[in-house]
Design a protein around this ligand. Structure first.
Ligand code: ATP
Ligand code: ZN
Ligand code: MG
Length: 312
């Protein structure tokens, strides 16, 4: 089911696929780009895929941690996120006024005036990537054992990147495995997951390509960071065409942070060296969308082999 007419601009293809997903009831629109509800069928696909990740990664003995979709503001501030991605961050603000301020808020709301400027920052920031709460948690435990650490996390994440592309949401789920240890341990982990991730996605009969990538670092200095990230081969993505054949979408990411988080959080290996870190991230909605794009919007009509992998 190719929604793209020849020569159609990418944005049209994306909007057409979004409309088809909404018409099929899989995504529930809210009137805000990138903010959707999901149907039971969509959620079932996400849950089955989530279990599949555990099937492929569960034997490694990862420590399971589940955090709500917010990080502590002090941890967020220390994480360096605002240096690199100020444009994507979402802070949680709340009303902290007295009764007079409440009356003023209601009056402005009634009159269609700006009311949010009196909201005050809370100590919660929306989680930008599922692995963010892991590093300070591991740091709290003191020096690593010789095996290092391996953590399994799963969280809703927020990024302020409203888009008509249904694969670019503002609130989406990311399942991650995070490795902390020596450079060798961390590189081994990433290499294993590049291969596993490819095999996992191919078991679902999806067309995949793995390619070098970079993060969308902010500003002019950010362009240099992005170039150096590429030169050093620090980020790979597993790409699948979703709404556009020429611009496939990153569904899995394999990131090597070198000693970036180790230095920030003072993570140490037993010999006192700064630990290195890496993570593999699965974009859960993107994988579901890739399955709908390639196997059709009706899960009952998916190829039997794919249904067998998903539903046993
Ligand atoms: P992109 O280049 O498409 O913006 P990214 O490099 O920002 O992706 P990561 O920061 O590596 O992605 O996030 C890990 C995974 O989370 C991605 O591989 C992708 O599957 C998913 N993801 C990232 N941003 C979004 C989004 N806005 N909506 C849905 N899924 C996303
Ligand atoms: Zn991560
Ligand atoms: Mg991005």
């Amino acid at each position: 089911m190719d929604m793209r007419a020849e020569g159609t601009p990418v944005e049209n293809g994306q909007a057409a696929f979004r409309d088809a997903l909404i018409a099929a009831g899989l995504l529930i629109p809210t009137g805000v780009d990138g903010l959707y509800g999901r149907s039971g069928v969509f959620e079932d696909v996400v849950e089955r895929f989530n279990d599949l990740i555990t099937t492929w990664g569960g034997d490694d003995g990862a420590d399971v941690m589940r955090f709500p979709p917010g990080v502590a503001r002090h941890q967020f501030e220390q994480s360096g996120y605002l240096k690199s991605f100020p444009h994507l961050a979402g802070t949680v603000h709340a009303f902290k006024g007295d009764e007079r301020a409440h009356q003023s808020l209601l009056r402005r709301l009634e009159e269609g005036e700006e009311w949010t400027d009196s909201q005050m920052a809370t100590n919660v920031v929306l989680t930008p990537a599922a692995c963010y709460p892991v590093y300070p948690t591991i740091a709290e435990r003191g020096p690593l054992s010789a095996d290092g650490a391996l953590v399994d996390v799963y969280s809703y994440c927020f990024r302020h990147e409203p888009s008509l592309d249904p694969a670019r949401m503002q609130l989406f789920r990311m399942r991650e495995y995070v490795r902390v240890g020596t450079p060798e341990q961390v590189m081994d982990f990433r290499q294993r997951w590049v291969e596993r991730g490819r095999a996992l996605m191919e078991s679902l009969a999806l067309p995949v390509a793995v390619d070098l990538a970079n993060d969308p670092f902010f500003g002019r200095a950010g362009r240099m960071l992005a170039a150096s990230q590429r030169d050093q081969g620090l980020k790979f993505e597993l790409l699948i065409p979703i709404a556009s054949a020429d611009q496939p979408t990153a569904c899995l990411s394999f990131n090597y942070h070198q000693d970036h988080f180790g230095l920030l959080w003072d993570l140490r290996t037993p010999d006192g060296a700064v630990a290195h870190t890496a993570c593999v991230g699965f974009g859960m909605e993107r994988v579901a969308l890739a399955l709908f794009r390639h196997h059709g919007l009706d899960v009952k009509a998916w190829p039997a082999a794919v249904r067998a992998v998903m539903w046993g």
